[in-house]
Write a protein that binds this ligand. Structure first.
Ligand SMILES: Cc1cc2nc3c(=O)[nH]c(=O)nc-3n(C[C@H](O)[C@H](O)[C@H](O)COP(=O)(O)OP(=O)(O)OC[C@H]3O[C@@H](n4cnc5c(N)ncnc54)[C@H](O)[C@@H]3O)c2cc1C
Length: 386
């Protein structure tokens, strides 16, 4: 057994609660101004350049990063609070969120200084959208089977091949992409991949849309046909990107966004049941709220580990596994609890509309960011079971 696997019970410090009030006031102002409707997720455009810049001006993008790169040197626990409030409000974070969560931290660790000085402040100002270029048509779960190639040329590298399921590629400025620079070795099948910072406006890159079941255009196929990246956009070690990609996943998998994607249906149900729910509904609600609370405690605990400079890959995988299963089942559970609502319940139509949307969103939740089976493999390995 791995004795290191633990979730310390972390309490959010007082400065986090002050920040929470500030974030809520900002979001209330944005809602009042009509920027987005918190009760209608999926109805507005969740990529909003002007909103992103206002969030950047508040100092809430890249907020844990060094000041010299535009960050605010605040804690991961403070970042947790901002993420949580924005997610619960269904605010349009799509444009900057990947950069804030994972691309920025990777650049901080592996990019040359002049690239960091150029790009990180622009992320903090809410000006840049980043995407994750990992999955390929025959390489999703098995990330290390990636075939899209980077070949050395004068002053840089030429990229050829196809990435798929690339969220937001149609609106992106940059991709952090994983490309094959040599064959895997007998000893290490993960060897041979290199990570690059790719400017999405480079000639030779074509972005083809793929539509969700909800009708939304979230992700894409991205085709590289000898697209050039300069040498200084190579990140970290040639052939050694598997180490970088693994630590990136700790950031990707553990945040509150991993269990709050359908949370709005629970809020709407609480509104519908009112102050005096019957015993059956109260019991059902109590169970869901207790589960959400537990997930939150686990996720806060992982934020505490990131703050302590750890790489909680296994703990992050546990949060993602439990969190996505919970948020995936939530619409069905809410539908059951709403079955006996009086026909005249005032927000019934809103709840029905939300349930219809959440039910169509739910299947993707246990696939994005690593499937349930893959996460369980990681967890089993972390526990010393395989
Ligand atoms: C909404 C959404 C957004 C996404 N955004 C991005 C993005 O921005 N960038 C990006 O790079 N990717 C993205 N992805 C891709 C996602 O990471 C992959 O879809 C995921 O890793 C699964 O890969 P796959 O689709 O190739 O399925 P496969 O790997 O073919 O898996 C198919 C099934 O087999 C199971 N399976 C596979 N291998 C094993 C094994 N060893 N043991 C047990 N079971 C196994 C899987 O769990 C799954 O159920 C996104 C996906 C979704 C749904």
């Amino acid at each position: 057994m791995n004795a290191e696997l633990r979730f310390d019970p972390i309490r959010l410090p007082a400065e986090c609660e002050a920040l929470r009030q500030e974030v809520r006031a900002f979001l209330a102002q944005e809602i009042a101004a009509g920027t987005f409707d918190p009760d209608r997720p999926g109805h507005g455009d969740s990529h909003d350049p002007a909103f992103s810049r206002r969030v950047g001006a508040k100092g809430w993008i890249g907020m844990t990063w060094p000041k010299k790169y535009g960050g605010r040197e605040r804690s991961f626990l403070e970042r947790y609070v901002v993420t949580e409030e924005f997610r619960v409000a269904n605010a349009p974070v799509r444009l900057y969120f990947v950069a804030d969560r994972q691309s920025g931290p990777i650049l901080l660790k592996y990019a040359p200084e002049h690239v960091k000085m150029d790009i990180l402040p622009r992320i903090c100002r809410g000006e840049l959208c980043f995407v994750i270029g990992m999955s390929e048509p025959n390489s999703g779960s098995d990330l290390f089977a990636a075939k899209a190639k980077a070949t050395k040329t004068d002053g840089g590298w030429k990229l050829k091949g196809t990435k798929i399921w690339t969220s937001n590629a149609h609106i992106a400025d940059y991709m952090l992409g994983l490309f094959r620079t040599s064959a895997p070795t007998k000893e290490n099948r993960r060897h041979g991949l290199t990570q690059f910072l790719v400017d999405m406006k480079t000639p030779g890159i074509t972005v083809n849309p793929i539509y969700q079941m909800t009708g939304q255009h979230d992700f894409n196929e991205v085709v590289f046909d000898d697209a050039f990246v300069p040498d200084d956009h190579l990140l970290g070690e040639v052939d050694g990107a598997w180490k970088q990609a693994t630590s990136e996943l700790a950031y990707e998998r553990s945040g509150p966004e991993r269990f709050l994607e359908t949370f709005y249906v629970l809020i709407e149900l609480i509104r519908a049941l009112g102050e005096q729910p019957d015993v059956r509904s109260a019991e059902g609600l109590g169970r869901l709220v207790a589960q959400a609370h537990t997930l939150r405690r686990m996720s806060v605990s992982v934020a505490g580990m990131l703050q302590a400079g750890k790489e909680p890959v296994v703990e992050g995988s546990l949060v993602k596994d439990l969190g996505t299963i919970w948020e995936q089942k939530l619409p069905g559970r809410v539908r059951e609890l709403a079955a006996f609502l009086a026909p005249e319940t005032s927000n019934r139509a809103t709840l029905e509309e939300q349930l219809a949307f959440a039910t169509k969103v739910a299947p993707k939740l246990t696939i994005q960011g690593g499937t349930t089976e893959i996460l369980r493999g990681i967890i089993a390995r972390g526990l010393g079971l395989r």
